[in-house]
Ligand binder design. Structure first.
Ligand code: NAD
Ligand code: LMR
Length: 339
């Protein structure tokens, strides 16, 4: 039988790296289109789908697509389903959990989603301790600290391999800016967004973007910042009780997963924003922060500096620190209280 290293070598001759990816919550609004996009990714050669039920159906459906990966489904009601889904994964994506309804904040999801993420993190730390773990489940500002704390308690924590997925804020900003400036959204440079993933903690740095800083009036800039911060609410309101962003999130999740796999494969200059364990505000008690990182074979290769902020942006940053700190503490306290 060929060893895993031999398989890697054999694949590398055809410039494909074999990566095993698991999606936890794979049958949901995000999980299904995200799994489809991962099935289309040539870097993914093994795709494991896990959900409470129906994962085998979704997996069988996707397995008929003629790409270079095998797809398997695992459900909560089968013995060791979660463990088998996770075993030996290189990358685990977690979109499991409930979405918002109109009038709710992301923090209102905490009571249900914290427990779901806690259980999935525990299983991941046990079955796939070396995987890169991508957290989509909200509230991201709290669920990422939950995962970190669970891994720490089990002695498996590697801060370079835990990511809160904030890519949706980034792709929204590209689209919204193009609408305001009549430009091609596929060609615009990405706006750097720092902080976290909810309301005022989402802090777009328009002063660092040439197009936004030179072409927009003060009113347009304020409106754009607000729209990026509350873009999620736009979708929640439009879906009117049927959930939150799923398709744009699937695209964002797939883009971020692809970037992490590129990094693992040793590609140079793979840069994406993400909510990570960052030193930037640790002395103020904020252990996690969204910012641009360079990805590499070990996960995070380098946390990039946030650059210069305008006076207004410094004020926005100051104003979001409290919320961010509380969200993070809520996550870590949740795990501490269980032990
Ligand atoms: P959904 O209800 O359509 O799907 C969630 C799926 O998770 C369901 O299939 C459900 O069965 C599954 N699930 C629940 N508990 C589980 C468990 N213990 N193990 C495995 N699977 C489990 O919801 P959705 O629209 O896909 O959203 C999922 C989450 O993603 C929500 O928390 C939402 O707020 C969040 N979200 C985050 C972002 C982001 O930018 N990070 C964007 C959109 C949505
Ligand atoms: C989003 O930004 O669309 C997600 O975080 C989902 C939500 O609740 O808004």
């Amino acid at each position: 039988m060929l060893s895993r290293i031999a398989i890697k070598r054999c694949f590398s001759q055809t410039t494909i790296n074999p990566y095993k990816v698991s999606v936890l919550g794979a049958c949901g609004g995000i999980g299904q289109p995200l799994s489809l996009l991962l099935k289309l990714n040539p870097k993914v050669t093994s795709l494991n789908l896990y959900d409470l039920k129906n994962a085998k159906g979704v997996a069988t459906d996707l397995s008929h697509i003629p790409t270079n990966s095998t797809v398997k489904g695992f459900s909560a009601d089968e013995a060791d389903g979660l463990h088998n889904a996770l075993k030996d994964s290189d990358l685990v994506v977690i979109p499991a959990g409930v979405p918002r309804k109109p009038g709710m904040t992301r923090d209102d999801l905490f009571n249900i989603n914290a427990g779901i993420v806690y259980d999935l993190a525990k299983a991941t730390a046990e079955a796939a301790p070396n995987a890169c773990v991508l957290i989509i489940s909200n509230p991201v500002n709290s669920t990422v600290p939950i995962v970190a704390e669970v891994f720490k308690k089990l002695g498996k924590y590697n801060p370079k391999k835990l990511f809160g997925v904030t890519t949706l804020d980034s792709i929204r900003s590209a689209r919204f800016l193009s609408e305001l400036t009549n430009t091609d959204p596929t060609q615009n440079k990405r706006i750097s967004i720092i902080g976290g993933h909810s309301g005022v903690t989402i802090l777009p740095l328009l002063s660092q973007d040439e197009l936004a800083s030179t072409k927009l009036s003060k009113e347009q800039k304020d409106a754009l910042i607000h729209r990026i911060q509350f873009g999620g609410d736009e979708v929640v309101k439009a879906k009117n009780g049927a959930g939150s962003a799923t398709l744009s999130m699937a695209q964002a999740g797939s883009k971020f997963a692809d970037a992490v796999l590129k990094g693992l494969a040793g590609e140079e200059n793979v840069i994406e924003p993400t909510f990570i364990d960052s030193p930037i505000l640790k002395d103020e008690g904020i252990d996690f922060f969204a910012q641009l990182v360079k990805l590499g074979p070990e996960g995070v290769k380098e946390i990039l500096p946030i650059g210069n902020l305008s006076k207004e942006e410094l004020e926005l940053l100051e104003n979001c620190k409290d919320a961010l700190k509380k969200n993070i503490k809520k996550g870590t306290d949740f795990v501490d209280n269980k032990h």
